[in-house]
Design a protein around this ligand. Structure first.
Ligand code: SF4
Length: 650
């Protein structure tokens, strides 16, 4: 019983698929559509488009006003674009990105003074389109012999060599051998499409191990004809357009039958061919076979399943989607919204043509040969695992705040959205969160992501951890007398709190000044940096008492050094009481003038003699350093003055 194998890269390539999708989309949107030539070499698909209202035209002169003209994947020359622009018809440009790249090279090199040599079929529309970007400055060669002939007949000049995307890569290799080695005037661009190359390589490998090859595709499809040529080198080969032609073929004497298909062949036609072959071969054998064709088909097609994880090569990137080659029958598209959750990133920021990326299949359509994929889900899966691990291990993560949202802020870590509630930002209640936007923050995960819920993070918890660590470090080295430099964080009526590097100590109001003050703000402000020292420690209650006054500033020391009992000094009345008045001798040192010492007569009321602010002459009559009390006397000062006056008169 024959074994059927379908080449893994048989069928629609992404460029053709893209063009077909663009036409169907325009028709679905109710647009009047005319394709400039058949969109693909497949009569079934073309007839279906016509049935849905599309027209096929050969020349732009056939366009009707307002009709959308579709430029097919082969592309066209610059003159055609100009003609359409003159007519004012809207363009749906389905030129394959690989072909557009060749147009760009051709135009640029022409401008740079190169002559363009194009490997390909001069009658093929793609080649004619390329020629149309060379400003009549090109020559098309079909093989190495024509190329050699060109070199023999033409004097050397600056040459740029490119190829039709569907050019045979074996002949291309032969052509390169014809070129003079290391000639700086010759630049070569390998512009054979990888889809074509892959299809040809896979087909050759399959044909080598098959007894019979069926090549499915349009009669006029050059890439299908090339597949036929390749297969014919190895085994008996038939070229068919669809399953209807199978009846006419001789499928006998073949144990291994291979199937391949050109770039314009939809997946459902390949399937139909395989199913019909199953019926024919079953009939021919007229016997019960154990071989399961359905299974053979399944095994031969590289099938994509929704939810499967696959790798793809990026083939084109634009603002709305990324096209990937999956090595499967379906062309992969990754909508921009499925690339990342981060709205600030564009597709081009994330992937480049040629990148291999991991994806998850979210939708597969065999009918239209498309697979929709998601990159962000792969990233999310990996990210989710990391976030869950970070939560379990309490790892501190870092990420910029991407958005301020209702009730908090969002950060993205490895593609995973993490919500940080306002209460976990570490900012005071009611504080604006706007300042956090764009800032890289440290956070821990306090709730792991779940199916429909994002993860929850906390900056505050990290701040707390850091504070705890700083505290532990502080207590390891803290000792009475040790000096610190710290910023005043807050003031209360009883003192100032100073940050000692993650832990606060307090300078009591009495420690802030040698003078009597009513509030710490008379001496320090929030933000001031103070030199403090530890006066007392209470680790159990996390209390640190700080000293701030310096011994050298102690006014009692200054007083002791400069004054003694018996000295006559001028002092300023600073307060008045019923029993006397306090007078300031120097800053921070007040003495008491008892009511009995205010005058040399009986005083009934202190205020009859002195008032706050008066400067009076007093005698220091007693100094009690232990109790920090100084007694003063105006009366004795007056007596001394009288005595001195009398002595002067004598
Ligand atoms: S064969 Fe390659 S170049 Fe041609 S349309 Fe397909 S993807 Fe584009």
């Amino acid at each position: 019983m024959a074994k059927i194998t379908v080449s893994k890269s048989a069928g629609f390539c992404f460029g053709v698929n893209r063009a077909v999708q663009m036409v169907y989309q325009a028709l679905e949107e109710g647009k009047k559509v005319a394709t400039l030539g058949p969109i693909i070499h497949n009569t079934d698909v073309v007839n279906d488009m016509i049935a849905r209202g599309a027209r096929i035209i050969d020349d732009v002169s056939e366009l009707e006003p307002g009709e959308h003209v579709v430029i097919r994947s082969h592309g066209v020359g610059s003159r055609i674009y100009e003609e359409i622009a003159q007519r004012g018809n809207p363009v749906i440009d389905a030129t394959c990105p690989f072909v557009s790249r060749i147009h760009k090279i051709a135009a640029e090199k022409t401008r740079e003074g190169y002559f363009i040599l194009i490997a390909g079929d001069e009658n093929h529309p793609e080649v004619q389109g390329i020629v149309g970007h060379c400003d009549e400055n090109s020559f098309v060669f079909k093989d190495q012999f024509v190329l050699k002939d060109y070199f023999d007949k033409n004097p050397q000049k600056k040459l740029a060599i490119i190829s039709q995307t569907t050019y045979n890569n074996i002949i291309w290799g032969e052509c390169l051998k014809v070129l003079p080695e290391d000639d700086p005037n010759i630049v070569v661009y390998d512009t054979i499409c990888t889809a074509t190359e892959q299809r040809q390589t896979d087909t050759a490998a399959l044909a080598k191990k098959s007894d019979l090859m069926i090549v499915i595709g349009g009669r006029h499809s050059s890439n299908t004809v090339k597949l036929y040529d390749i297969c014919s080198q190895y085994c008996r080969t038939y070229h068919i357009e669809n399953a209807d032609e199978l009846d006419t073929l001789d499928l006998s004497n073949a144990e291994h039958i291979g199937i391949t298909a050109g770039a314009s062949t939809p997946a459902h036609i390949i399937k139909e061919v395989v199913t019909t072959m199953e019926e024919i071969l079953n009939k021919d054998n007229n016997q019960e076979e154990e071989f399961d064709f359905a299974q053979a088909v399944d095994e031969s097609f590289k099938k994509l399943h929704t939810g499967a994880r696959v790798k793809g090569i990026v083939m084109s990137v634009n603002n709305s989607e990324v096209i990937v080659d999956l090595g499967a029958k379906q062309t992969g598209t990754v909508p921009a919204s499925e690339l990342t959750n981060d709205p600030s990133k564009k597709p081009a920021d994330l992937v480049s043509v040629g990148d291999e990326i991991e994806l998850i299949v979210t939708k597969v359509s065999d009918q239209d040969g498309m697979a929709t994929l998601s990159k962000k889900r792969v990233d999310e899966q990996a990210g989710v695992e990391k976030v869950i691990e970070a939560k379990e291990q309490g790892t501190v993560l870092e990420a910029p705040v991407s958005a301020i949202v209702k009730g908090g802020v969002n950060v993205f870590y490895e593609g995973v959205r993490i919500f940080i509630p306002a209460s976990q930002t570490g900012l005071p209640r009611e504080a604006s969160l706007d300042g956090l936007k764009g800032q890289t923050v440290k956070f821990i995960v306090i709730e792991a992501p779940e199916r429909r819920k994002s993860a929850v993070g906390s900056i505050k918890a990290v701040n707390r951890q850091e504070k705890e660590a700083a505290k532990a470090k502080f207590w390891e080295t803290a000792e009475i007398g040790k000096e610190y430099e710290g910023e005043v964080k807050s003031l209360t009526s009883y003192g100032a709190f100073v940050d000692l590097g993650g832990i606060d100590g307090m300078v009591h109001i009495s420690e802030l000044s040698w003078n009597r003050i009513k509030h710490p703000s008379q001496v320090v402000s929030v933000g001031d940096v103070l030199k403090v020292y530890i006066k007392n420690l209470d680790q159990e209650n996390d209390r640190i008492s700080l000293g701030y006054k310096k011994a050298e500033d102690n006014p009692w020391e200054k007083f002791k050094a400069n004054y003694e009992v018996g000295d006559i000094v001028d002092a300023k009345i600073v307060s008045v009481t019923s029993f006397g008045a306090f007078a300031q001798i120097i800053d921070g040192i007040d003495g008491l003038i008892h009511i009995s010492q205010l005058a040399d007569r009986r005083v009934e009321n202190v205020k009859d003699v002195v008032a706050v602010g008066d400067t009076v002459t007093v005698k220091i009559t007693n100094i009690d350093m232990d109790s920090k009390r100084i007694s003063l006397s105006m009366r004795e000062a007056m007596d001394d003055a009288d005595y001195e006056d009398e002595a002067d008169e004598d």
